[in-house]
Ligand binder design. Structure first.
Ligand code: GDG
Length: 455
């Protein structure tokens, strides 16, 4: 059996610092099981990678191999094509995508350089698993260098319908380059179906078997693999010292008030301003909640070099100020907006102490916060998940209260339903969803994908 090679923009960590998400930990686990390499960008910007220097870290059959990228790569590949063009388009945001900037060349260049550096590490039986929108053409670059191994791809973010994808200049060449993969995985059936529709409508593809599409004389498997978290591990975090400390702090400050929690990287896809307006509507239309319910939004900043991201933080500060100004009382602040991150165990305690998890992205590949919120609940007295229909997680978490995140009235009504939900119903909904996220946890997800790739 050959080793497993994982390629992704950022690489996980070999030390369990408690900071890494469950996904990174699960991928290191599967690398340990069969031996492997995790290959990607170091996060640093310098000229060293351009001249072929690696950073290598090794432990127990696993190697992390990381390369720096240079300033032009950062601007064109990472902040440019990946995050200003592909990210918005794949999240249905044609209105803010940047179409005609000279980013594409940098994207192609970094894909090629990374493939060139990886090539000498590949042995004939190795399985190669490439992740996410940073590396759509990676396999085609490897194939051009003569690599014949099985190569799989998994897209962590949504894949929109052909109507939207076709707005991307040169979409034909880009998507055609993806056909060099043997297996292409998506988060949901919706995304998978959009991709197949695209192949059929735009590239002359033909569905030959359930999950197999024949296109340009190749047969590739296209399937949904909804991603999971380490649900049983996360479920123990609220009872860790850090988790308990946060629960205590919240209970002391809140007394018997119900807390609603939102946790997101600041990103325009997460629908955070819409969520603030939904909470405001709750206070307007169901005044019995004034003084009794608070909303805590945790939102560490991300990608602040892209204008669209810096703007949201200011918008949220303004909105929180307005809503608090309008409704607050001497002993009650309706919204607490915290623009920084917390350690994972602290987050788990915060989830446990919150009556409602409010997860309302406008579009999301999966959304792991929804699953973490469920995993952190006390099964004997669980809170309620209010979830956007546009999160990939809504395909699996059907017993949550599903909402249209664009409608403040609908979000307010869903919050009211969740606040009034009787214990029995909360327990039965939670039990069904918890069982499902344990069964399809991160480790299982990775194992199923690797098996489908031929491992
Ligand atoms: C992409 C896709 C897909 C957030 N705040 C803090 C913190 N977080 C952690 C959460 C969660 C992770 O970040 C966010 O994951 P999401 O899935 O919600 O969203 P993206 O970052 O956009 O991830 C998404 C995912 O890939 C996996 O395939 O589900 O759809 O967009 O784990 O807990 N972690 C800590 N402190 C924080 O303040 N420690």
């Amino acid at each position: 059996m050959g080793k497993l090679i994982i390629v992704s923009n950022r690489v996980g960590s070999l030390k369990d610092t408690g900071k890494a998400g469950g996904l990174a930990v699960a991928l290191v686990d599967v690398l340990r099981e069969r031996g492997g390499v995790w290959f990607g960008w170091s996060g640093a910007v310098s000229d060293e990678g351009t001249f072929g220097e690696f950073k290598i870290e090794r432990s127990k059959q696993v190697e992390l191999v990381q390369l720096d990228i240079n300033k032009a790569d950062y601007d064109e590949y990472y902040a440019g094509y990946a995050n200003r063009t592909l990210w918005p388009i794949l999240h249905y945001r044609l209105d803010i995508a940047e179409f005609d900037r000279p980013f594409e060349e940098g994207y192609r260049r970094v894909n090629e350089r990374f493939a060139t550096r990886l090539k000498p590490l590949i042995k004939p039986d190795d399985l190669i698993w490439v992740h996410d929108y940073h590396f759509l053409p990676f396999a085609s670059t490897l194939r051009a260098m003569g690599v014949e191994n099985r190569i799989g791809f998994f897209l962590h973010i949504p894949f929109p319908s052909p109507d939207i994808i076709t707005a991307l200049p040169r979409h034909g060449a880009l998507i055609r380059s993806m056909l060099a993969y043997d297996l292409i995985g998506f988060q949901t059936m919706r995304d998978r179906n959009h991709f197949i529709d695209y192949l059929v409508q735009e590239q002359g593809g033909r569905v030959v078997d359930d999950d197999v599409v024949s296109v340009y004389g190749r047969e590739i498997t296209v399937r949904a693999f909804p991603i999971g978290i380490d649900a049983t591990g996360f479920a123990t975090f609220p009872d860790s010292p850090e988790g308990k400390r946060q629960q205590q702090r919240i209970r002391q400050a809140q007394r018997d008030r119900a807390q609603i929690v939102g946790v997101d990287r600041i990103d325009y896809t997460k629908g955070i301003p819409h969520r603030f307006r939904g909470f405001e509507r709750l206070l307007e239309e169901y005044p019995e909640n004034r003084g009794r319910v608070t909303f805590l939004q945790i939102a560490p900043s991300s990608r602040s070099e892209v204008d669209a991201y810096a703007d949201i933080q200011r918008e949220l500060e303004g909105l929180a100020g307005q809503i608090n100004g309008r409704f607050a009382d001497v002993d009650w602040t309706p919204i607490r907006f915290i623009a920084r991150g917390f350690p994972r165990k602290a987050l788990a305690g915060i989830y446990r102490a919150s009556r409602i998890g409010l997860v309302t992205p406008l579009r999301d590949g999966m959304n792991l916060v929804a699953k973490e919120y469920l995993a952190a609940q006390d099964p004997e007295n669980p809170g309620v998940l209010v979830l956007s229909r546009f999160a990939g997680a809504a395909e699996e978490l059907r017993e949550s209260v599903i909402v249209n995140p664009y409608s403040a009235a609908e979000v307010a009504a869903a919050l009211q339903t969740a606040l009034q939900m009787p214990l029995d119903e909360r327990k039965s909904r939670h039990a069904l969803m918890f069982e499902r996220i344990v069964r399809n946890d991160a480790h299982n997800w990775a194992t199923r994908y690797i098996r489908a790739l031929g491992g």
